[in-house]
Design a protein around this ligand. Structure first.
Ligand code: NDP
Length: 279
């Protein structure tokens, strides 16, 4: 299984997303089972946020991790409007309660808002000092934001930037990903399946052809592509235990040079840097 160093731990390069979980009572058991299936398959990183379902996704994760908290490396995110020095503490305590745990492994600023990065970093460092979080990072920050972050006191402790990255959104590989690689900061690729649209996108024929060569599925190929260089952790979301197992197995799929060339032709990278996109 392909792994990478993330927040001080060696973890599988595929993790578990949770956006849209907790929004319908009928599917809750299925969602809990899907997260547990991922952990059973050896996945470790579970990504959630106070935003998802207004906290309901965190509650689903809390239920899934009951009795097995240490199996997961738990990531949650704070809303920008909660990201003041005191606000992050209140938001973090609320997240911990919903997650039924006493600590987060990684706490992310969900996107940049009205509070100066220096103030949010101070708030995060207070939480580290008090043991509520083990480390912190950011999400949706572009290269310029990341340079600014690196220059604030304590800013170099950032462990990741969680960004939109997949075969149809290749901008970050031209600037942000190489920039962070130089300091061994991995990127978390969100929406690595473009919320499943990648399976019908122009170019999906190539995904199918590569998948056929490996006896794999197109989704597995799209995920294996994201994590091919060892500096990206992809966090697909699925509420189906079967698809979670399928996604986990993508960490074992090694694409060949010929596969990468075919995917490059079907999903070309932009000619030059493009503004960081977000969903
Ligand atoms: P994904 O690209 O992970 O796609 C999720 C969709 O793909 C779901 O509809 C799921 O359906 C389907 N799917 C999953 N696996 C398969 C498969 N093997 N075959 C076919 N379909 C599949 O999109 P997300 O936007 O959910 O991104 C992943 C995670 O990233 C989020 O859940 C969230 O944790 C994080 N995120 C972070 C953002 C940020 O701003 N920081 C923004 C967006 C996402 P089903 O559940 O029915 O299987």
């Amino acid at each position: 299984m392909r792994t990478l160093r993330f927040a001080g731990h060696e973890v599988p390069a595929i993790g578990l997303g949770t956006w849209y979980m907790g929004e319908g009572r009928a599917t809750r058991t299925q969602e809990v089972d899907a997260i547990r299936a991922g952990l059973d398959a050896g996945l470790r990183v579970v990504d959630t946020a106070e935003m998802y379902g207004d906290g309901a996704a965190e509650e689903v994760v809390g239920e899934a991790l009951a009795g097995r908290r240490d199996d997961a490396l738990l990531v949650s995110k704070v809303y920008p409007h909660h990201a003041s020095r005191d606000g992050v503490r209140r938001a973090c305590e609320d997240s911990l309660r919903r997650l039924r745990t006493d600590r987060l492994d990684v706490y992310l600023l969900h996107w940049r808002g009205q509070y100066p990065l220096a103030e949010t970093v101070e708030g995060f460092e207070d939480l580290v000092a008090d043991g509520l979080i083990a480390s912190w990072g950011v999400s949706n920050l572009d290269p310029e934001d990341m340079s600014e972050l690196a220059a604030v006191p304590g800013g170099s402790a950032c462990v990741t930037d969680q960004i939109l990255y997949n075969l149809t959104r290749r901008g970050p590989e031209l600037d942000l990903i190489p920039m962070l690689s130089t300091t061994q900061v991995p990127v978390m690729a969100y929406s690595p399946l473009e919320q499943s649209r990648i399976l019908d996108a122009a170019g999906s024929q190539a995904l199918e052809e590569v998948a056929d060569r490996h006896g794999a599925t197109p989704a597995q190929v799209a995920l294996a592509w994201c994590v091919r260089d060892g500096d990206v952790l992809a966090i697909p979301k699925s509420a189906s235990a079967e698809r979670v197992r399928e996604n986990a197995a993508a960490a074992d799929l090694e694409l060949t040079e010929a596969d990468l060339v075919a995917l490059d032709e079907a999903f070309p990278a932009p000619d030059g840097p493009v503004p960081l996109e977000m969903l």
